[in-house]
Design a protein. Structure first.
Length: 192
């Protein structure tokens, strides 16, 4: 049975969204799919969702917005994305919060992004990211540490702190795969 072709396009600022996208790639590839993984800020000219059986788009929230390259891709292709199996994941620190209000804020960012772009993916998920203290410039490191302390978060700036729930990432990839159409070879066997 020929593998279905899946595009995973992601935007990342400090690397956690890329790490999550690579894990989805690994999971889907291991289940027999063909995955093309693309950094939205460096996408090949002429890339179109029409070449794929399904598309996953992911981005991280920095200063209240997802990456411009991710927004641009969805703005250009929203109509195609709405006509095919597609999914969106949003990575943020707020998604990792113990505070329900902060987690709801992470969801509002997703809803605002989807409303702004007109995209209606079959799945959308907020996924906890990381505090990448070692990758932040000194000002960002100071701001993040100050915000983290009253919330009871990590303040050790000598290392990074990962909050991603990898079981959630696996469930998301599996749920997306279940939305894909059967391969043409499987359809031929069924109709025979």
């Amino acid at each position: 049975m020929p593998a279905r072709r899946i595009l995973i396009l992601y935007g990342t600022s400090y690397g956690q969204t890329a790490k999550i996208a690579r894990r989805m790639d690994d999971l889907l590839t291991a289940s027999g799919e063909t995955v093309i993984l693309v950094d939205a800020s460096n996408q090949p000219r002429g890339l179109t969702p029409r070449e794929f059986d399904g598309v996953i788009v992911g981005g991280s929230i920095i200063r209240g917005r997802h990456q411009k390259s991710v927004r641009r891709f969805v703005h250009v292709h929203w109509d195609v994305l709405n006509a095919m199996p597609s999914a969106f994941f949003s990575v943020s620190g707020a998604a990792a919060s113990r505070d329900q209000v902060a987690r709801a804020e992470a969801r509002r960012f997703v809803d605002a992004f989807l409303g702004e772009t007109g995209w209606r993916p079959a799945l959308s998920e907020t996924i906890a990211g990381a505090m990448a203290y070692t990758k932040y410039n000194p000002i960002v490191r100071w701001i993040v540490k100050r915000a983290s302390k009253p919330a009871g978060g990590p303040t050790d700036t000598s290392r990074d702190h990962e909050f991603t729930d990898w079981a959630q990432v696996q469930r998301f990839a599996e749920e997306f795969a279940a939305t894909l159409p059967a391969s043409t070879a499987a359809e031929a066997l069924i109709s025979a």
